[in-house]
Design a protein around this ligand. Structure first.
Ligand code: ADP
Ligand code: ADP
Length: 225
């Protein structure tokens, strides 16, 4: 089974005006196990909409979303939420870490919520932080970390519960070029070491070229690069 299969996805927003906003006009996309795909799109092209639909945060007007062979399109909210929590990891341009908790706690908490024992959760958090080179900062709160460190902690949190699919929306979009390089390298190493499949939206064509495959979202459809 592919980890993600989108078939015939369409989406528009009804704004109350006569012409609704058509964003996605029939998206077909398959991501295989361990495959890392770059999603390149001009701003406003519908990149966030596509990632939200793939991650079960939003529903399409038509089409199906399969994750690991299961069609989740018409499933109950409880099932979609469970798949989203267990099988999908999200990364955004901004870290969205909980400010009152340490870096380690930010990675431990989602595991506790998933029924993992504290000791095991703590061990996993430290292993992840070590992999991205931020272990020395485990006890620090997000505000005490640099932008690049914050983002690397956010990657660890996204992977805390061992997802099958990683969805990233401009993960280095808020960083200067040098930090962006370090952070992207850390993300790719982490993804490769876990064999995770990923769809990573980026404006950075140089980073996109380093992924397995690139697709471009243009006027609501995907075109090969
Ligand atoms: P991107 O992430 O590529 O910048 P989005 O998916 O956020 O694009 O948005 C695509 C288009 O859909 C834009 O024209 C945006 O204004 C419109 N849009 C997004 N969300 C809504 C919404 N909730 N209501 C109306 N229009 C929306
Ligand atoms: P960058 O140059 O990557 O933006 P900064 O200059 O913000 O990094 O920080 C450099 C180092 O100092 C980082 O390792 C960061 O974790 C640490 N640091 C920054 N601000 C604080 C703070 N308020 N408390 C503790 N450590 C901090």
């Amino acid at each position: 089974n592919p980890v993600l299969r989108l078939s015939g996805i369409t989406k528009g927003y009804n704004t109350g005006k006569p012409n609704e906003v058509k964003v996605l006009g029939g998206i077909d996309l398959t991501i295989g196990r361990g495959e890392v795909v770059a999603l390149v799109a001009p701003s406003g092209a519908g990149k966030s909409t596509l990632l939200h639909i793939a991650g079960l945060l939003d529903t399409p007007d038509a089409g199906t979303v399969e994750i690991d062979g299961t069609d989740l399109t018409g499933q109950r909210d409880a099932i979609r939420t469970s798949v989203r929590r267990n099988d999908v990891g999200f990364i955004y341009q901004f870290h969205h870490l909980l400010p009152e908790f340490s870096a380690a706690e930010n990675i431990i908490l989602p595991q506790l919520a998933n029924g993992v024992a504290r000791g095991a959760a703590q061990e996993r958090a430290m292993a992840l932080l070590t992999q991205v080179g931020v272990a020395a900062r485990a006890a620090h709160r997000p505000a005490e970390l640099s932008g690049g460190e914050q983002q690397r902690v956010a990657f660890c949190r996204a992977l805390a519960n061992g997802p099958k699919l990683l969805l990233a929306d401009e993960p280095t979009g808020n960083l200067d070029p040098a930090t962006s390089e370090t952070v992207f390298a850390a993300l790719m190493a982490l993804v490769r070491s876990t064999g995770l499949s990923a769809l990573i939206a980026t404006h950075n064509l140089e980073l996109a070229a380093r992924m397995d495959r690139q697709i471009r979202l243009d006027k609501g459809v995907l075109v090969p690069v």
